[in-house]
Design a protein around this ligand. Structure first.
Ligand code: NAD
Length: 308
């Protein structure tokens, strides 16, 4: 089976490529990445010379390149995205360009390629915030920041290619991932580094915003299962029920690294900051998936990785 994995030099994409090479013998993977500030070939160190794996530097908005890479592909997983909410508040253009137009380019290239599956990687943020309970896959999309809005646009486009063209699209919406190889602009790697340096850990607002967390290995396994066993035209939430306030995350990192709670500071809140996300995952559980990593085990592994 031949896979095209876009955004493969980023955090989750690079973990997924490793997962797939380990999990199955009979795979051939083309990893595509534009190597923006967020991507690095170093994230694929150790698997770049695997004979089953080829790395291509390129952009998902390049229609000729996408068409040529899709000629022999059986599966496409679209991880490529501009992914940092704060950056989308400073300027939404690259988010709309890569996340919406890039996804459109990839979907068009996939038409007629005879794919077994096209998995669009999405996020819980498309639903907006939820103060009580948890989002199901049929809840309306009310994204509240430009990143989330661009991902919602991509989800809708992808689903429309199923309804209109019968392209076998599945969409996964995952909660916050953590683990090795995440860019250090993101909360956990940034805080591990700063805690270890004795620097301040700046929390938005009062630190009470709640996120649901998944260790990246669990997300990779869920994505793979949805790709192979999910029904085309369906959306699958991927979550764990592991909820933590940002303050609790900061405190857990300080405990793990051996810093001091005095390092925690509170800064002006992010505009449009969602208070809480939570996902209902009965649909994914019906495929037989469940998380294997607790927050504590995942954090221990993650802190060890960044300190090294
Ligand atoms: P990331 O920023 O670490 O990786 C994104 C990768 O995409 C980078 O390697 C970047 O170089 C590449 N890229 C960007 N623009 C491109 C383009 N035009 N063409 C080709 N490659 C391009 O992000 P991540 O955290 O690994 O997220 C991967 C996917 O998962 C994204 O679609 C994101 O929306 C989604 N997601 C992430 C999380 C999370 O907690 N990290 C949660 C839910 C969903």
């Amino acid at each position: 089976m031949q896979y095209l994995v876009t955004g493969a030099a980023g955090f989750i994409g690079s973990n997924y490529v490793r997962y797939l090479l380990n999990a199955r013998e009979d795979v051939s993977i083309v990893s595509l990445d534009a190597l923006t500030y967020a991507g690095s070939k170093a994230n694929l160190a150790g698997v770049l010379d695997d004979p089953r794996h080829e790395f291509v530097e390129g952009d998902i908005r390049d229609d000729e390149l996408m068409a040529s890479l899709l000629t022999d592909a059986d599966y496409v997983l679209n991880f490529a995205a501009e992914s940092h909410v704060d950056r989308s508040i400073e300027g939404a253009e690259p988010f709309v360009s890569t996340n919406v137009e890039g996804t459109r380019t990839l979907l068009d290239a996939a038409l007629g390629a005879g794919l077994e599956g096209f998995l669009q990687v999405s996020t819980d943020e498309v639903y907006g915030q939820i103060l009580d309970g948890a989002f199901t896959e049929t809840d309306p999309l009310t994204p509240r920041n430009p990143y989330a809005a661009s991902k919602a646009g991509a989800d809708l486009l992808a689903m429309s290619y199923w309804h209109t063209h019968e392209l076998p699209v599945v969409v996964t919406r995952t909660c916050n991932n953590f683990g090795p190889r995440q860019h250090d602009e993101k909360l956990i790697p940034k805080f591990v580094q700063r805690a270890a340096e004795g620097a301040e850990l700046p929390l938005y607002g009062d630190g009470s915003n709640v996120r649901e967390w998944i260790y990246v290995a669990d997300n990779c396994r869920a994505i793979d299962q949805v790709l192979r066993e999910g029904s085309p035209g369906e959306i699958y939430n991927i979550g764990t029920g592991i909820e933590r306030t940002n303050l609790e995350v900061a405190e857990a990192i300080i405990d793990a690294v051996g810093g001091s709670d005095d390092q925690i500071t509170f800064v002006e809140d992010r505009p449009g900051h969602d208070q809480r996300y939570a996902l209902e995952t009965a649909k994914l559980e019906r495929l037989g998936w469940g998380p294997e990593w607790s927050f504590e085990e995942g954090l221990e592994r993650t802190v060890g990785y960044y300190l090294e």
